[in-house]
Design a protein around this ligand. Sequence first.
Ligand code: GCO
Length: 457
Amino acid sequence: MKIAEDGLWKQFAWGVSTAAYQIEGAHVKHGKGLSIWDDFTQRKGRIFKGQNGNIACDYYQHYHQDLALMGALSIPNYRFSISWSRIFPEGTGAINKPGVEFYNRVIDFCLELDIQPWITLYHWDLPLDLEKKGGWANRDIIGWFEEYVSFCIRTFGDRVKYWMVLNEPMVFTGAGYFLGVHAPGRRGLNNFLAALHHAAICQAEGGRIIRSLNSNLKIGTTFSCSHVDPASDTDSDQYAAIRIDALLNKTFIEPLLGMGYPAGDLKILQRVEQYVKDGDEAKLAFDMDFIGLQNYTREIVAHSFFTPFVQARIIHAGKRKVERTLMNWEVYPESIYLMLKKYGAYRNIKSLIVTENGAAFDDVVEDGVVNDISRQIFLQDHITQVLRAKEEGVNVNGYFVWTFTDNFEWAEGFHPRFGLVYVDFLTQRRIVKSSGFWYSRFITEQRRQNYFAKATF
Ligand code: GCO
C-alpha cells in the first residue's frame, strides 16, 4: 500500500470537496444504520419537493467512475466525509464491516489515482440512534465521538494524512438545534447552546485523539464564515453587525484558539455557562495544523429590536437587488479575501485552507453540454481574492471547490446545482461542465508553473 506523499502540503493544494450524505445514497445498504438526515428527510414539508438523499448521486456504487473522472481532470486533492452510521450503525459499539471496506476502497483508489484524500470526520449525518439519546445536546456525545474518531484514525490513518474533525459546527448546531430547518429539526436556545458547547469540545477533543494516535497526521477542522457589513453607519446597525459577526464567524474558532466564547460581542453566549463543567475551558482549545475556511457570500446586517437573542437581522440579497446565486446568496468575491485576512490575523493559526467555495447557478444541458460560464467567473474571481490574500502574507495553502458533482443540497433538495460535473439524477449520467474543464486546465497550469504564482486565467 502506497502512503500519500507530503509534497502537496508544501505547495498549494487545489482540490474539490464533497460530503457523504449529499452524494453516497445507499442509505440502508450493506448494514448502514440510519442517520438524522435519513430521518429528517422523511418528514413532511422539511425538504424542497420532499426529496431525500436515499439515492443522491449513488456514489456508493459509482465512486469508481467518479474518482476516475476526478483523476482524468487532474484534480490532486479530494475532501470527502465518512458517514458515521455506515461504520457504526448504532453510533457506538458494533462495526459494520462493509461500510469500512467501502471507505477502504475509496481511499485506495484515490491513492492509486494519485489523488490525496482529505477526510472530514463529521459532516452532519449523526447516527439516528445517538440523536434518540439526545444527540449533540447530550454531553455523552463526547464519548461517542471519541470512539468513532479513534476507530477511523486506527483504520484509515495509515493512508490518509489530512483530517478535518467537524464541518461547519455553527451551521449544524444553528440550523439543526436552534432553527430546526436542518436535521435533527430541534428548536430553542437550550438545545442550541448545549449542542454548541458539546460540538466545541468535540472539535478540540477530536484533534487531541488524532494526534495521540498518530503524530504524523495533519489535523484541521472547518468553519463557515461570511464577511459581515452593517446596513448603515448608525450605531445600532454597527453593533448589530458586531453581534452577527461574533455568531457566524467567531463562536467556534475563538474557543478553539484558547480565547473562550466571544460573549463580549454577543451576550447570549454567556448562557453557555450552564453547560460548562470544571476543566472545560482547557478542553475547548487545541492547536490545529490547519483551519478550514468555507466561504460563499457576505451578509448585510441591520438592528432588529424584535429578533430574539441577537436583536439583528440579515438583509437578504434578493431584497438588496444585487447579483446573487440560486441560493439567494450575494456574489461578493471580496468576502473570501476579508475572511482570510480576519482569520489570518489570529495568532496561533498555523495554516489556512479554503476547504469550500463555490456557487449554484441554473445549469442547462444543451446538446449534451453544460456551459456554465457564471460558475467559472465566480470561481476565478474568488481564487483571485484568495491569491490576493496570500500575496499580502496570509498563510493560506489550499483551495477546494464545493463541489465535484451536483448533489443533494440539504433542505433545498436537488435544485441548487453546485457541481463542476452535472448529474442527471434519473440516469446517474455525469457530464463535465465547462467550469470543470476550466478548473482542470487551471490546476494543470498552476502545477506546471508554480503553485504560488498569481493565477493566470
Ligand atoms: C455547507 C456544507 C455543504 C453545502 C455547501 C453549499 O457549507 O453548508 O459544508 O455541505 O452543500 O456549503 O451550501
